[in-house]
Design a protein around this ligand. Structure first.
Ligand code: SF4
Ligand code: SF4
Length: 109
């Protein structure tokens, strides 16, 4: 499994937080912070847009390191990704991600 595929199957390589971090792109950090603040209805600053991926070493966004229940769950079970989980097809939060992003499910296969 490619290291930049998150536990849920999302591709961190396509995430603006990842792209801004590896390219040290402060304009993209600013743009992403504005968009995510709006989408999440919470203040997110450009400094918070710092992430090298869900399953790799290095910084994570606050959400991914502290709040993402999927990441917490899969890590606690020592799974490589949610693909290893017998509950994958019935787990509501992951199913919702896969409904909205068909590639995420494909990435886990
Ligand atoms: S773990 Fe980081 S790079 Fe991956 S989706 Fe979340 S914010 Fe983006
Ligand atoms: S229960 Fe399974 S599918 Fe749901 S987050 Fe945990 S490891 Fe992933």
């Amino acid at each position: 499994m490619k290291k930049l595929i998150a536990y849920c199957g999302l591709d961190c390589e396509k995430c603006d937080a990842y792209i801004a971090t590896i390219n040290i792109d402060n304009n993209l950090r600013e743009k992403t912070a504005k968009l995510w603040s709006k989408l999440n209805n919470t203040p997110i600053t450009p400094e918070m847009i710092n992430c090298t991926g869900c399953r790799t070493e290095g910084p994570k966004t606050f959400f991914c390191s502290n709040m993402c229940q999927i990441r917490k769950c899969a890590k606690s079970k020592n799974f490589e990704t949610c693909r290893d989980c017998a509950e994958l097809s019935i787990y509501q939060i992951v199913s919702q991600i896969h409904k909205n992003n068909k590639d995420a499910l494909k990435n886990l296969k």
